[in-house]
Ligand binder design. Structure first.
Ligand code: FES
Ligand code: FES
Length: 179
């Protein structure tokens, strides 16, 4: 029996995509094979390794366990949507500064899991970071530098939030003082 495709509208990395997809198509295959977003990797294909982690409406999910049709009208961020080479996302900067990556196969998924942790909790303790990273398995690193990278990103985000608050209060003060 022929399988009828389903129309979906998904915002991926800030761009709205209108697509016809097979109901059985996994999100990871939509991203990689139909949209060419190959930064999301397939490791185990059984929901254990986390290499396929993306953000779905701000929450880290394993895209090998999500059907593409389930993401209709939702927002997805993949590693390609995090930052640019000139403007790294704080988590990418953290991985760079703290050597949080090794061979790189699972690094995109680990970074997306890290972003998911910080989305839910911008000031995680070391224990909370380790707990949040439980769903990602990397065979070539030891996690300590990854934890440091997430701490770096949390501190960076906090200090830039403080800087923008200071800048905003300076603007208000200058406006108040008529400068
Ligand atoms: S490929 Fe999805 S969890 Fe391993
Ligand atoms: S970065 Fe190489 S296996 Fe994880």
């Amino acid at each position: 029996m022929a399988i009828t495709n389903t129309s979906v509208e998904i915002t991926i990395n800030g761009m709205l995509h209108s697509l016809d997809v097979e109901p059985r198509l996994l999100l990871v295959h939509l991203l990689r094979e139909k949209l060419g977003l190959c930064g999301t990797h397939v490791g185990c294909d059984t929901s254990q390794c986390g290499a396929c982690t993306v953000l779905l409406d701000g929450q880290a999910v394993k895209s090998c366990t999500v059907l593409a049709v389930q993401t209709d009208k939702q927002t997805i961020t993949t590693v390609e949507g995090l930052g640019t080479i000139d403007h790294l996302h704080p988590v990418q900067e953290g991985f760079w500064e703290k050597h949080g990556l090794q061979c790189g196969f699972c690094t995109p998924g680990v970074m997306m899991a890290a972003v998911g942790i910080l989305e839910q909790n911008p000031h995680p303790t070391e224990e909370e970071i380790r707990h949040g990273l439980e769903g990602v398995i990397c065979r070539c690193t030891g996690y300590q530098n990854i934890v440091r990278a997430v701490q770096y990103a949390a501190n960076l985000t906090e200090s830039s939030a403080v800087e923008s608050e200071v800048a905003a209060s300076n603007i208000h003060r200058e406006a108040y003082e008529g400068r």
